[in-house]
Each structure stands twice: as structure tokens, then as C-alpha cells.
Design a protein around this ligand. Structure first.
Ligand code: UDX
Length: 440
């Protein structure tokens, strides 16, 4: 099928390349000429394992192209995907819908044939219905334009796999205007549906929008739950990692997403739970999601706790050197949006310590966001003369660190494991003081 993907950021670039991989002819559309140029030359503007290969292969095969021209997209495609960003509004919890509104405003005036627009961005419930009316008002094809919702659940670092082999496909259709959206979606995802028996759930628009918000709210809650247990473990002298293993054996609870540590960050979970709270309030369900405020608070407290532990280790931050290993919000990513690691590094530096940051992939993005931190070219360089080493993102490279490699590099043999990813015995036996979040 000929498909256009509007917005070529993380989600859109991945979705466009993967749709081409699934056998479609795809046109990626963006207003940023620089992104179009980079993607057209086979360069992925962010770090995502496996994506460059898929992008290059489909560019070479002619099944994937990029353009800034919305008219071209409208004439080319039978189905469109909206994959633009919905960031948090400045000074507010709610989502900023400028980009989704603009994408529809730029595309719809060129739609003169029957078309389905699938929204993929995470949006406040009610947005799909509003965008449908907006598109029909602007499009020459008027009532022949359908807006459906197809939420995206991909995880950074696994984006290609999650897109080509999704664990479920949810399609929200406008029940008041029965159309072709379900049929078109079945054609688009035919390969996954035929070969992998992937659950295909057809719902109304509001439910599809809510599925995504609910999934992210649940994941955030699971992480904050275990981090609240970590707080209790810290005062009770218990070990949250063993506690997580033990409760995780119960299949009703499950061990996945139960790693206590510095908590969640990134471009999705923090802003999505806030937008979800804001929207529930607007709709009159004010009390339904107040627990998410606590989920958010628990999460942010972990960052403060890490700063406190680092201060305890240094005695005073003034005149101290702190090594920060990890800047990305999670491993296998160069994304530093709302990164707990960078947030902690920034707080410590503001309080007077010299902070040296190293991350295997996120150096450029970190530098752009926090230009005043010191950046090192390697783990060893970051740890030079350090009074304490903080492991804040669990990259493989840090998990496999040997204490002996740092013995003669640091000033004090102190390590704080913000992701509970190191072996405490190994470090203690080597003469280091080891602390983990939520561990004795
Ligand atoms: C998330 C959702 O998983 C995905 O389904 C949704 O589409 C977008 O948001 P992503 O932002 O890529 O994906 O990151 P994810 O792997 O979910 O991790 C989010 C954060 O939680 C990271 O900062 C990670 O370090 C943290 N985390 C995760 C924990 O602190 N503990 C865990 O056990 C798991």
C-alpha cells in the first residue's frame, strides 16, 4: 500500500522505515528540511539499534522516500499516519497539541480522494474525534476522510522489533461514521496478523486513545511502586532487589519493569502521566488519577535521594569530584529527554561539586542540553580523581566494570549504584564502599 507518515522524529522515522520493511511504499513527511536531508541520505538522526540498516535497505530499494511536501503526500498515499510529537505544555501538565493540529491543517486541504488518517501520537482522549471533524472541514474529499487511532507502544532501543513484531495492534474507529479504517489497517499489518497471530483489537476512538495513556500510567506506577518499596527498604535495612525477585515470582505481579533505582524518565512516561491527569481533570474525573501525582512524586524523590547519597559520600560537595556514568534516560539510547541521570548530574554540579559525565552514546545530546557539565571521553577519564562514582544508566559497559580497573584512578573508592546493576559483593571484596538504592 502507498502510505505517508507525517512527522519523522523517533516514532515517525521508525514507523516509516518499518512499514517499508513490511512491504509497503512509504513517504515520510516533515517540515524540517534538515531531517528530510539526513534521512534521505540514510542517516538516522538518533541512536536506535538496527534502524539504520532498515532505513538504508528500503531507501536503496526505492520503497521509502522523504519529502517536506504535504501535497505530494496527499496525492501519493491511501493511508496517512500522524506521528508528530505531543510534548508537555510549558508551565502546565497538559499536552501541547500544536504539532498534531498543524499536521492535519497542512495535509487535509490536499485530500481530494477517500483517505484514512491513523493517529499514532499519544494524545488526550477526545483528540481523534476533534481531528476528524477538523480534517473533514478542510479537505475537498470532506466526508470521505476518516480519522482512526492506532496507538504506538514501541520502546526506545527495541523500536524496530516492537514495530515489525508488535505485541498487539489496537485500532480505534469512529463508531458514528463507519468506514474503511479497520479494513485498511488489516491490510497494512497483514504480515504481522497472518504470521504471528498478533491480537488485533478494534475499539471506539476514545478507548484506543486511552489504551496508550493507561498502559503508560500502569508502567510508571509499577516502577514507582517498587521505588516506594525501596524507600521502605532503606529505612528497614532490607534489600529491594531480592524483594522484587520474590514478589515477581507471582505471575499476577511479574518481575518485568520492577527494577528499583533512579526511576523513569524519557520522552514518554513522565509527560504522558501528567497529560493523562490533566485530561481526566478536564473531563470531570478529577479524583480518578490523583494517585499518578504520587507516582510522579515518588519518581522525582529518587533523584533527590541519589544527590543526598552522593553528598554523604563526599562529606561536602564543595571541592569534591563526582564521576557520573550514564546520561541517557536508559541504556541503548542516546535520548536525554527528562533523563534522571543528567538531572542528578546537574543538581550536584549546581551544589558545588565538579561533575564529570560519560555516556557511551548520549554525549552530543547531553552537551546540547547541559553545556556547563564536564564531559569525559571514557569511563576512566570520568572517574579520574573522583571522590565518588555514580552509575546512573545501566549500560552493559558499566555493568561489566571491574573494580580493579578504577582502583588507581579514583581519589576515594566509593561507588553508588543508581540502577542496582552491579554486584555489591564484588565491589566490597575489592575494598570499595558500595551503596545501592533500596539496599542495605
Ligand atoms: C515507554 C513505554 O515502555 C512504551 O511502551 C511507550 O510506547 C513509550 O514509553 P520508553 O520511553 O522507550 O518506552 O522507555 P521504557 O523502557 O519504558 O523505560 C522508561 C523509564 O523507566 C526509563 O528511564 C527506565 O530506566 C525506567 N525503568 C524501566 C525503571 O526505572 N525500572 C524498570 O524496571 C523499568
Amino acid at each position: 500500500m502507498r502510505i505517508a507518515v507525517l512527522g519523522t522524529g523517533y516514532l515517525g522515522a521508525t514507523h516509516a522505515a518499518c512499514l517499508a520493511e513490511l512491504g509497503h511504499e512509504v513517504l515520510g513527511v516533515d517540515i524540517a528540511a534538515e531531517k528530510i536531508a539526513r534521512l534521505s541520505s540514510g542517516e538516522v538522526p538518533f541512536y536506535e539499534p538496527g534502524l539504520e540498516r532498515v532505513l538504508k535497505r528500503n531507501l536503496a530499494a526505492g520503497t521509502l522516500r522523504f519529502t517536506a511536501d504535504h501535497r505530494e503526500a496527499a496525492e501519493f498515499a491511501r493511508a496517512h499516519f500522524l506521528t508528530v510529537g505531543t510534548p508537555q505544555r510549558k508551565g502546565d501538565f497538559a499536552a501541547d497539541l500544536t504539532f498534531v493540529d498543524n499536521a492535519v491543517d497542512m495535509l487535509a486541504p490536499h485530500l481530494s480522494a477517500p483517505t484514512v488518517i491513523f493517529g499514532k501520537s499519544t494524545v488526550p482522549v477526545g483528540t481523534a474525534a476533534r481531528l476528524g471533524a477538523r480534517a473533514r472541514r478542510l479537505a475537498p474529499a470532506a466526508d470521505e476522510v476518516e480519522v482512526a487511532w492506532n496507538p504506538e507502544f514501541l520502546r526506545e532501543g527495541y523500536a524496530v522489533r516492537d514495530t515489525v513484531h508488535p505485541d498487539r495492534i489496537v485500532i480505534g474507529v469512529d463508531r458514528d461514521r463507519p468506514g474503511r479504517a479497520e479494513q485498511v489497517a488489516r491490510e497494512i499489518y497483514a504480515e504481522a496478523l497472518d504470521q504471528e497471530d498478533v491480537p488485533f483489537l478494534v475499539t471506539d476512538l476514545a478507548t484506543a486513545e486511552l489504551v496508550k495513556s493507561a498502559a503508560n500510567a500502569f508502567l510508571a506506577t509499577k516502577i514507582s511502586f517498587i521505588n516506594s518499596m525501596a524507600e521502605v527498604c532503606e529505612v528497614a535495612g532490607a534489600d529491594v532487589t531480592v524483594l522484587a525477585d520474590a514478589i515477581g515470582c507471582d505471575p499476577r505481579i511479574g518481575r518485568l519493569f520492577l527494577n528499583a533505582g533512579l526511576g523513569f524518565g524519557g520522552g514518554c512516561l513522565p509527560k504522558d502521566i501528567r497529560a493523562f491527569m490533566a485530561r481526566a481533570g478536564e473531563l470531570g474525573a478529577n479524583e480518578a488519577l490523583t494517585f499518578l501525582r504520587e507516582v510522579d512524586n515518588i519518581n522525582m524523590r529518587r533523584r533527590t535521594r541519589m544527590v543526598e547519597l552522593a553528598r554523604e559520600a563526599c562529606g561536602s560537595f564543595l571541592g569534591s569530584r563526582v564521576a557520573v556514568l550514564g546520561a541517557a534516560f536508559k541504556p541503548d539510547s542516546d535520548d536525554v529527554r527528562d533523563s534522571p541521570a543528567l538531572n542528578v548530574a546537574g543538581q550536584i554540579q549546581l551544589q558545588g561539586a565538579a561533575v564529570n559525565v560519560y555516556d557511551p552514546k548520549a554525549m552530543d545530546n547531553s552537551h546540547a542540553l547541559f553545556p556547563t557539565l564536564n564531559y569525559a571521553a571514557s569511563t576512566l577519564e570520568a572517574c579520574e580523581g573522583a571522590d565518588v562514582v555514580l552509575v546512573l544508566t545501566e549500560w552493559q559497559e558499566f555493568r561489566h566494570l571491574e573494580p580493579t580497573a578504577l582502583d588507581d584512578v579514583v581519589r576515594e573508592r566509593q561507588i553508588i549504584d543508581g540502577r542496582n546493576c552491579l554486584d555489591p559483593d564484588q565491589w566490597r571484596k575489592s575494598g570499595w564502599s558500595y551503596r545501592g538504592l533500596g539496599r542495605p
